[in-house]
Design a protein around this ligand. Structure first.
Ligand code: LLP
Length: 430
C-alpha cells in the first residue's frame, strides 16, 4: 500500500522509503527525526522541467517551505530560482550551491539592511508590498548608486478557499497593494530615479486545492497589466504568479499535480498575450509545498499510553515529538496522516489522541485516530516535508531534530544533525 506518494509504502508489515526500511534508519539514528525522499523531490523537479522546457518560465523554490541547504542545492541543480523572505533565506540560497541564481525577495517588512544585501547580491527582483517600501528601496539603491529591479505585488482580492492564516490575496490581508492603489504605485516607481520597474506579482495563499482561485487571480493580474500599460505606459517584462498549490494530506484527497498546474496557468497568460499579438513576458512562480511537502515524514516513538476509564474515556498516546517539532496541527488545525512504522498485530484498534510531552493542552499532533498502538512503537506523520522542520522551535528547551534523506542511489544521509544542548544556549551571555 502506498501512502500519499509512491515513495512511502508497506512491504509485508514494514514501512519503507524508496527501498529502505524506516525502522532500520531509526535504529542508526534516533527519534524523533524527519526523513525525506530525494526521489520524490526529484520527481517533482522533473515535472517542473516538463512544463517549462522551451518556455520563458522560471519556477522559484519558496525557501520557507524547507530551507535545508541540501534541499536548496537540489533545487539549484535543476536551475530553479528562489523565493526568499529574509536575509537569512538569501544567505542560505547563496551558500547552498555555486553559480548565478534568480532570486525574488518577497515580504511586507523588509529592512534597509536586507534591501541593501539583496541589491549588493544582484537579485532578480524585489517584490514591493507598499508605497513606503518603494521610497526605502530608492534611497538604499541611491546609496549603492544602482537601479533596484522591482515588481509590484498586487493584492487581487481573490478568495483562495484555505485556512484564514494562510490566505494572503484578500483585501483584508496585509499583503500587496490593492488594484485601486496599484496604478499610483507604478507611477511612483517610474518616477523614482533608482528604481527600475520590471514586473508585477501576486500570491493569494497556500494549500489551495482548487485551480479556480489561481485562474481568477491570473485573469485579474492580466486585466491589471493592461491598465498599467494604458495608464502609465510601462511595459512589464515579467509576471510572477506566486505559489500556493496544495498537496493531499490524506489518501482520499484529489489534487492537481505540478506539471498540470504550471501548464494550465502559464497557458492562460500565453494565450492572453498571443491574442493581442504581443510577446508573452517572462513568467515566474514561487512554489514551496507542492515541491517538498509530501517528500517527508516525521518519525516518533510512543512513550506512554494513557487511557481513562471515566465517562470521557479518552485514550492518549504520548510520543517523543511535540508541537515545537510539528506546529501545524495546533496552529492551523492541520491534518497529518499517521501510520505505524511496523504493523502491529498483537493489540486491538483503539481511537487515540496523539500528544507530545510539552506542558500545554495545545500540544497535540493528531486527534481521534484509529490505530493499534503499544508503548515503544514507532509511528510517523506524513506530509512533513514542508512547513514542519522550518517552523520548529526550541520551546520547552527541546532540541531541534535531525533530518535524514534517502537518496536516489539508496544511500541514507543525515542532512541536518540533531541540535546539541550546548548549541541551544551558545548565544546566551551569563
Ligand atoms: N510566495 C509567497 C509570497 C509566500 O508567502 C509563500 C508562502 C509562497 C510563495 C509559497 O507558498 P506554497 O507554494 O508553499 O504554498 N506555514 C503555513 C504555510 C505558510 C505559507 C506562507 N507563504 C503552513 O504550514 O501551511
Amino acid at each position: 500500500m502506498e501512502l500519499l506518494s509512491k515513495n512511502f509504502y508497506y512491504k509485508k508489515n514494514d514501512l519503507f522509503c524508496d527501498g529502505i526500511k524506516i525502522a532500520d534508519i531509526v535504529k542508526e539514528y534516533h527519534t524523533p527525526t524527519f526523513i525525506y525522499s530525494e526521489s520524490h523531490i526529484k520527481n517533482n523537479l522533473q515535472q517542473i522541467k516538463k512544463a517549462t522546457t522551451g518556455k520563458e518560465i522560471t519556477v522559484c523554490y519558496a525557501v520557507k517551505a524547507n530551507p535545508s541547504l541540501n534541499i536548496l542545492k537540489l533545487a539549484g541543480m535543476d536551475r530553479l530560482g528562489f523565493d526568499v523572505v529574509s536575509e537569512g533565506e538569501m544567505r542560505r540560497v547563496l551558500i547552498s550551491s555555486p553559480g548565478p541564481k534568480q532570486i525574488v525577495f518577497s515580504g511586507v517588512g523588509k529592512t534597509n539592511e536586507e534591501i541593501e544585501f539583496a541589491l549588493k547580491n544582484n537579485i532578480f527582483s524585489i517584490n514591493v508590498e507598499s508605497l513606503s517600501e518603494l521610497t526605502h528601496i530608492n534611497s538604499v539603491a541611491e546609496g549603492l548608486n544602482l537601479k533596484a529591479p522591482v515588481s509590484i505585488r498586487i493584492n487581487p482580492d481573490v478568495d483562495p478557499v484555505t485556512h484564514p492564516y494562510i490566505s494572503t490575496g484578500l483585501r483584508e490581508n496585509k499583503f500587496g497593494i490593492s488594484t485601486e492603489d496599484g496604478i499610483e504605485a507604478y507611477k511612483k516607481a517610474k518616477a523614482l530615479p533608482f528604481v527600475e520597474v520590471k514586473g508585477i506579482d501576486c500570491h493569494i495563499g497556500s494549500q489551495i486545492m482548487s485551480i479556480e482561485p489561481f485562474k481568477q487571480a491570473t485573469e485579474r493580474v492580466l486585466g491589471f497589466v493592461d491598465r498599467i500599460l494604458r495608464e502609465t505606459g510601462i511595459v512589464l517584462t515579467h509576471i510572477n504568479l506566486g505559489g500556493g498549490l496544495g498537496i493531499p494530506y490524506s489518501n482520499e484527497e484529489s489534487h492537481t499535480d505540478l506539471e498540470e498546474f504550471l501548464k494550465l496557468i502559464s497557458n492562460i497568460v500565453i494565450d492572453w498575450y498571443e491574442k493581442r499579438r504581443l510577446k508573452p513576458p517572462h513568467l515566474l512562480f514561487e512554489l514551496g509545498r507542492s515541491i517538498v511537502g509530501n517528500s517527508g515524514i516525521l518519525v516518533t516513538r510512543v512513550l506512554y499510553l494513557k487511557s481513562s476509564t471515566d465517562r470521557v474515556g479518552k485514550n492518549f498516546a504520548v510520543v517523543d515529538a511535540a508541537m515545537n517539532d510539528l506546529i501545524r496541527p495546533t496552529l492551523y488545525d492541520a491534518y497529518h496522516e499517521v501510520a505505524p512504522i511496523s504493523l502491529n498485530a498483537e493489540t486491538s484498534t483503539k481511537v487515540w489522541d496523539i500528544v507530545g510531552p510539552i506542558c500545554e493542552s495545545g500540544d497535540w499532533l493528531a486527534k481521534a485516530r484509529r490505530l493499534k498502538l503499544l508503548e515503544g512503537d514507532l509511528i510517523c506523520f506524513f506530509s512533513a516535508g514542508a512547513y514542519c522542520s522550518s517552523m520548529a522551535s526550541n520551546y520547552n528547551s527541546r532540541r531541534k531534530l535531525s533530518e535524514i534523506i534517502v537518496n536516489c542511489n539508496g544511500s541514507v544521509k543525515e542532512i541536518v544533525r540533531r541540535e546539541n544542548y550546548e548549541e541551544m544556549w551558545a548565544r546566551e551571555i551569563t
